[in-house]
Structure formats: C-alpha cells, structure tokens
Unconditional design. Sequence first.
Length: 251
Amino acid sequence: MKNKIRIVILAAGKGKRMQSDEPKALTIFKNKPFLLHILDTIKKLDSTIKPIIVIGHKKERIKEVLGENYTYVEQHEQLGTGHAVASAKNYFVSPCEMVLVLSSDQPLISKETIENLIATHIEKKPTITMGTIIVPDYENWRANLYTNFGRILRDANGKVKKLVEFKNTTDEEKKIKEVNPALYVFDTKWLYDNIDKIEIDPTRNEYKLTDLIHMAFSQNKKIEAVPVANIIEALQPNSKEDLEILEKIVV
C-alpha cells in the first residue's frame, strides 16, 4: 500500500476559537493532541506510511511535539483547504495512485473508515471517493452538524449527483440527513492536474477543497460516496464547548 498512496493531513490552522494560540492540530483531546490521535491510527493502518503534514500557524510547535520523523510541507499563507493541499502538490508523483486527505481536527477517524475509503477507491476506480455521514437527527450534540456540513444529494439510482454547502441549500435540502465531513481519496493524476484550477472564494479569501467535487461533477467524472459507520468520527470541535461535548460522549 505504501507506494500507492499518499496521506495528506491538513494541520496549518489556528486554534482561535479554542481560546488558544496553539495550532488547532495540537488541541488536547483525551490527554493527547488531535494530530497524534490521527497519526497513531495511520500507524495501525500501515506503520511504513509517512504522512505529509501541511503546517502553517506556529509550525515549529508541531515539529517540536511530533519530532522530525515526518514529511512537513509549509502552507505559507492560510488560504483555505484547497490551498493547503496544493502546497503538497510536488509529493503527488508516481508510483502514487491515490491521495487521501484528512483534517487534523478529526481525532476520532478510525482505521476501519480509512481502510473502507481506500478499498472502495481501489475497487471502483473513481476520480474521487468521499466519506459521508448519515445523521439520524440534528438534535442535542448533533445540532452543530446542521450548519457546519454540506449536504449530499443523490439521484434515483443512489449515485451522488451534487454537493451543496449549507449556505446554498434550499429549505428542502437542509432536511437531508447525509452530510459531507470532508474525507476524500483522490485519483493522484487528476488531483495533480486540477488542484491549481480552484478559484479563490472572494467572500472568504480562501481556496476551498470542496470546489474539486464540483469540478469533478462538471467534468462528468465518477464519484463514489461511502457512509462512515460512526458519526463521531467526523466531528470537528471548533470551540472549548464543542470539545467538552466530545469528551462527554466518547467514553
């Protein structure tokens, strides 16, 4: 597996809403930084894989915590997730066939979910394989999922036909229970050829990775969507309050 896949972890962001000057990737959950949870999971997957870690804000702190035994790529300006992945573009080379992109603020992503995404990508050979979450309701601790995640729209045959950000959804689309937690496996060549085509979102001054999904649809490329078994795997705590909720629901 090692030669066929690159794993890119986005860890350049600030922890501003965590009321901390530390990188968000170093937020402590269950006595361990977010990023170390993910790296430990990847080691269980394949101990020979060395992920590419995209760093930015207080990059030296991440190196200090993790050590030098990783491949670090610097995102010189925090201009969004698309820009972060583009920063690692030079590592998308043969014989690598697929690129798995993970966010460092999803500490509960499981080995099984990663294996499922990769296995689906190998079997189905799409341009993009994406993880999705089926939400039973948007109540209690799941309320954050209502506004924080885009909606997955499928056709009559169950194929994904569209991804809609929450701010662009209709009232009916807001009711959809399948959402996008930003877990992606990309065909390497397609990603290399298209990552620099993302245009900046002037309202946020950032390049969004989700634009690649829209790009693939416009090119009539094949996209596979794999539901993630456990909702909590995709949760991305954005504040101390979110973190406290996660600490309570994860025993």
